[in-house]
Design a protein around this ligand. Structure first.
Ligand code: GMT
Length: 374
């Protein structure tokens, strides 16, 4: 198939999922055309079936806000015609599904179908804002196929948007051959002594990720046991986190890595991964850590409990409950048997439920159905 994929190219879960999907589909023989304003961050590999088409947004003094939605729709139309696309797949409803709707209408007789994948804040935050709600609901209803990345998100979408059409759950996935436990060689000696434990956090440092809770948990853990904290990623709350590390007196044990493309080699150094988010419709970063055989400590919100089972692959705690998360992290750090058991369970769950080999065919089936229904 010839598939156009649109996503936010920046550091964020929906862009990561879209890019990894494109890479996997290219390896399975499909021609993939990414259409966005920049090359997606994880698009580091080249492949003869992978292509990128930049959306140029022309600015003009009259425009307070450049009309990206329209520029994207035009570029979708161009790519669909020039590359004879079979379908478009957009990740994150706003504004991508609206652009796809416009491109499909512009294509007239050649109309190609589009699939929308909902990721989380496009529904829970942005979409639920009254100013965006009618357009988001319309473009979801008009999509030829709609998927949500967890059952939680499917239910929220149906209930809060009053959606009448079916929404299918296709969970996020991980390439278990790339994200895997370190086979003897890991970089951990570069960062920590053998008696130190390593706690890891990876996110886009938005307020919803509660990165300051990560620091608060680490400071409590650090009082009990020698440890290092890896903070991977960047975003609006990074400076806040850096200052808090200093205020808490742990700055020498915290490493801020910024944005990284090869996160698996850093995840491989970890003893525990922590994700204390206010909301998380899936928690892709936790899944990537699990695939590397790292136990996780997460807040019990949204779709996280569909990925992590409390007491099996790690622990879940109420949002903002820093004391419980610190206690849970220490329990794993103090007990190597528990760490090993949870790490193995985490890897096994990633392999059994969320491996790309299992999930990518679900997307291929959906594309096939959508093309047949057309
Ligand atoms: O981080 C976000 O809030 C935005 C969003 C994104 O586009 O990066 O993340 C969502 O999509 C990820 C990939 O499907 C999920 O793993 C995240 O749980 C989800 N974030 C939220 O629901 C807050």
């Amino acid at each position: 198939m010839r598939i156009g994929i649109t996503c936010y190219p920046t550091y964020g879960g929906s862009g990561v999922v879209a890019t990894e999907l494109g890479l996997e589909l290219a390896q399975r023989g499909h021609d993939i055309h990414f259409i966005s304003y920049a090359v997606p961050v994880r698009m580091t590999d080249t492949h003869n079936r992978l292509h990128f088409h930049e959306v140029e947004v022309v600015n003009y003094p009259l425009f307070d806000h450049p009309p990206y939605t329209l520029a994207l729709a035009s570029q979708m139309y161009n790519v669909a015609v020039n590359e004879r696309l079979d379908l478009l797949h957009v990740h994150y409803a706003i504004p991508h599904s609206v652009s796809a709707y416009l491109a499909r209408a512009m294509l007239g007789e050649q109309r190609i179908p589009f699939v929308t994948t909902l990721h989380g804040t496009d529904i829970t935050l942005v979409g639920a804002n009254r100013s965006y709600l009618p357009m988001t609901r319309f473009s979801i209803e008009e999509s030829n196929g709609v998927t949500a990345i967890s059952e939680y998100l499917r239910q929220v979408t149906m209930a809060e948007f009053g959606i009448r059409r079916p929404v299918e759950v296709i969970p996020n996935f991980v390439n278990c051959d790339v994200f895997k436990p370190a086979d003897g060689v890991s970089q951990r000696d570069d960062y920590a002594s053998p008696k130190e434990k390593i706690l890891i956090h990876l996110s886009n440092f938005r307020p919803v990720k509660r990165v300051t809770d990560v620091l608060e948990v680490f400071a409590r853990v650090r009082r009990q046991i020698p440890a290092k904290l890896f903070m991977i990623g960047d975003g609006p709350d990074r400076v806040l986190a850096e200052w808090l590390a200093r205020d808490l007196g742990v700055e020498r044990d915290v490493i801020f890595f910024g944005k990284q493309n090869q996160v698996q080699s850093l995840l491989n150094c970890g003893d525990v991964f922590i994700l204390p988010s206010e909301m998380e419709s899936f928690g892709l970063a936790a899944l990537e850590a699990m695939a590397c055989g790292v136990p996780v400590v997460c807040s019990r919100v949204g779709g996280i409990s569909e990925v992590v089972r409390d007491g099996a692959e790690g622990f879940l705690a109420p949002v903002r409950d820093i004391e419980t998360m610190a206690q849970q992290t220490l329990e794993i750090f103090h007990n190597p048997d528990l760490q090993q058991r949870m790490g193995q369970a985490a890897r096994a769950r990633a392999l059994a439920e969320f491996c790309s080999t299992k999930i990518i065919p679900l997307y291929e089936n959906l594309y096939q159905r959508v093309l047949e229904e057309r």
